[in-house]
Design a protein around this ligand. Structure first.
Ligand code: UDX
Length: 435
């Protein structure tokens, strides 16, 4: 099928390359000429495992084309909208890019074609866009098909997702939209992926409520960590024990620095803002606590670092291991790790920060921090070690070797990812989260 993808960020670039991988002929559009040039040369503009491979394969097969020229989408049967919906100044989602993309697309979409939203939007956006699309192009149909991909697993989550959700209008238009999307995802559906057909509002809500649930689950366990810290209990053992209850489940119950990234923080804030607009703000009042618990984890680590350094971090050498919001990513958007690093620097600590992939992205936001090229370099002479992102490289560090590099053997395990016994045996004071 001829498919267009508008927006070549984390979501769009992966979606476009994945659609080519599924055998479609794809034209991918972005307003940023630098990004388009890099993608056209097979160079992924961000770190995402598996993306370089499917991108090169798509380019070599001639099934993908990158352009800044929106008119090239003409003739595609399905047009995916995968642009960003960043957090606006009030917390509500900024829909500038979605509105602009749909308005620009409208000029080239024909009757019987489908505009398929993938971006995360406030509920009600799709209905509004459907009205403007059908006024401009009678016979074209607007559909919402939310994306649930996790960074680091984005390719796998796009090609073999947990489920496909189609938000479609009722009647014949909805039926042809389902048929078109079934053709797009034929390979995925043949693997037995569940497919749910719902109305537009439900599709929009599925996405934000899934993220709200995940954020709540993380903040729940971090709230338990706060209590465990006071009574001397172990939140990891607690998570293991409650996680055995299949109704609760062990996934997403890792206490630590909390959630960051380009989705969960902004999505829970936008969801609250939308609920308030709709007059049902009370229904999501709990998300303000979810956000507050999450942000408290960062403050807690800064205080802990101060305590471990004798009450004042000024002039003290702090080794920071990890800057990305999670491992296998170079993304530092709303990253707890980078936030803590910048605060300690601001407080006067002499920070040496290292991340296997995110030094560059971090330096763009916090150029004042000192970044180094290896864990060893960060660790040399440190008065305190902070492990802030659970990269395998840090899990696998040999504590005996690290002990030989640092000035004082004290480590804060911000992600509860180290082997406490091994580090303790090597002479370290180990402070975990909620343990
Ligand atoms: C998330 C959703 O998982 C995905 O379905 C949605 O499409 C986009 O948002 P992503 O932002 O890639 O994906 O990251 P995710 O793996 O969900 O992790 C989010 C944050 O939560 C990370 O900072 C991670 O470190 C943190 N986290 C996750 C915890 O602190 N504890 C956990 O148990 C799990």
């Amino acid at each position: 099928m001829r498919i267009s993808v508008i927006g070549c960020g984390y979501l769009g670039a992966v979606h476009a390359a994945s659609m080519a991988k599924l055998g479609h002929e794809v034209v991918a559009v972005d307003v940023d000429p630098v990004k388009i040039e890099r993608l056209a040369a097979g160079d992924a503009p961000f770190f995402e495992p598996g993306l370089p491979e499917i991108l090169s394969e798509a380019i070599e097969s001639g099934r993908i084309r990158f352009t800044t020229d929106m008119s090239e989408v003409a003739g595609s049967r399905v047009h995916f909208v995968a642009v960003g919906t960043p957090q606006g100044p009030t917390g509500a989602a900024d829909l500038t890019y979605v509105d602009a993309a749909v308005a620009a697309l409208t000029q080239y979409v024909a009757a019987d074609e489908f505009v398929v939203g993938k971006s995360t939007v406030p509920v009600g956006t799709a209905a509004r866009l459907a009205t403007s699309l059908s006024a401009a192009v009678p016979g074209a149909t607007l559909v919402w098909n939310p994306e649930f991909l996790r960074e680091g697993f984005a390719v796998q989550d796009t090609i073999s997702p947990d489920r496909l959700v189609y938000g479609v209008p009722s009647g014949a238009a909805g039926e042809s939209a389902v048929a078109a999307l079934d053709e797009v995802y034929a390979t995925t559906l043949a693997e037995g992926t569940p497919r749910l057909v719902v109305d537009l509002a439900t599709a929009e809500l599925v996405k934000v409520s899934a993220n709200a649930f995940l954020a709540t689950k993380i903040s729940f366990i971090n709230a338990m960590a706060e209590i465990a810290e006071v009574v001397g209990a172990d939140v990891t053992a607690l998570a293991d024990a409650i996680g055995h209850d299949a109704r609760i489940g062990r996934k997403f119950l890792n206490a630590g620095l909390g959630f960051g990234g380009g989705c969960l923080p902004k999505d829970i804030r936008a969801f609250q803002a939308r609920a308030t607009e709709l007059g049902v703000g009370e229904s999501l009042a709990f998300l303000a606590d979810v956000d507050a618990i999450n942000l408290r984890r960062r403050a807690h680590v800064v205080t802990l670092a101060e305590d471990l350094l004798g009450g004042d971090v000024t002039g003290k050498h702090v080794a920071v291991l990890g800057l990305a919001f999670k491992p296998n990513s170079d993304d530092v958007r709303d990253s707890p790790a980078l936030d803590i690093t910048a605060r300690l620097h601001e407080l006067g600590a002499v920070v040496s920060a290292y991340d296997p992939e995110a030094n560059g992205t971090a330096a763009r936001i916090h150029p004042e921090v000192h970044y180094v090229d290896s864990a060893d370099e960060a660790l040399r002479g440190a008065d305190l070690v902070l492990v802030l992102t659970e990269w395998n490289e840090f899990r696998q560090l040999d504590p005996a070797v690290v002990a030989g590099l640092v000035e004082r053997p004290v480590v804060v395990d911000g992600r509860n990812c180290l082997d406490r016994d091994a580090w303790t045996a090597a002479g370290f004071t180990v402070r975990g989260m909620g343990r």
